[in-house]
Design a protein. Sequence first.
Length: 416
Amino acid sequence: MSGSIDTDTAVVGGGLAGVLCAYMLKERGVDAVVVEAKRIGSGATCDTTAKITAQHGLAYSRIEKEYGFKTAKAYLSANQEAVDEYRRLARSVPCDFEEKTAYVYSRSNRGKLEEEAGLYRRMGIEPVFLEHPPIPVDTVGALGMERQAQFHPLKFLTAIADGLKIYEDTFAAEIRPGEVVTEKGVVHARNIILATHYPMVNARGLYFMKLCQHRSYVLALTGAQDPEGMYLDEQEGGLSFRTYKEYLLLGGGGHRTGESGGGWAELRRAAAAAYPHAKERYAWAAQDCVSLDAMPYIGRHRRNSRDLFVATGFNKWGMTGSMVAARLLSDLIAEGSSRYEALFDPSRSMLHPRLFLNVGQAALHLFSFGKRCPHMGCALKWNPVECTWDCPCHGSRFDRNGKLIDNPAKRGIKIG
């Protein structure tokens, strides 16, 4: 890209959410351009374990308690439609798509699983229940949702990106009304979608208060038992399981970015105990944006914004979240409305306990000593596991030399 470009919709961010938005808009006959600072799929999409599922832990009981049955049912419908859309596209897109049952297990509270199972039935889903799931964890059972899936996200992304207008290595430095200003030129657009993981425009809309970021860790093992499904602990800090070909992907060890946690060491201890003859082949980490109420922010960036849109806060469920976002935002842009716009409205109430945790965390680190994050000035913490400088307020990360790794910061820091 060089100079100026005119388009209907500029999509900032070339992860799965951004590329799917451009793909869906193209299907609707809307011209769209994607600008990506690095290579498409090189951020959160590259690090995901890629479970395509509407089962988001014990989400539905929590949503019903807070918002009511109608909202829980709508959340299920939006995510099941996302799973179905992946299934449809996978018929013509080679991406190692496999149908699997998704399970959430509990180590101590069977009542939670039974409560969620009862809600499944009321929402029209027949639950599956395993008394003794084939995973190396002492459980009181596992609740299953059938006809979910897993796939290879980068194979899928590469296929759907073919034919789209994508500009890689193009850093978006500024968003102005009707303009995305990049280091290589300006994209003039009637609509702008921020699909940058953490929104690059985050002061307006109060996203710096509405979002925090979490780290999680994965080991790819060979020689480990296939659990014949996808598994997740209903509690924070538990283990996650899925397979890919000969590999078992063992996840866990997570923590809020900028804080300490179990990391790979915790996973390696678990793997050694459960699979003593397995071999570790790969290890990596992921970072996820978490919203105040554990539902994504998808829609108009703020109430008075008619042409700036956002997709963020997928809460570790980025595969279905990305598809929900692409379908919802393409509806808003092409038709002017979506039946799910109120459900995921980024301007919904902020009065949740996590808000006070986020604000308290920011206040604590704004007045701490140390290297400062260029985003909003919080004191950075050294992460000895990954050898990075991490922001405990909003999740920006920098390598040992100060180079920017993860947003919302837009530039690196000086070391020494």
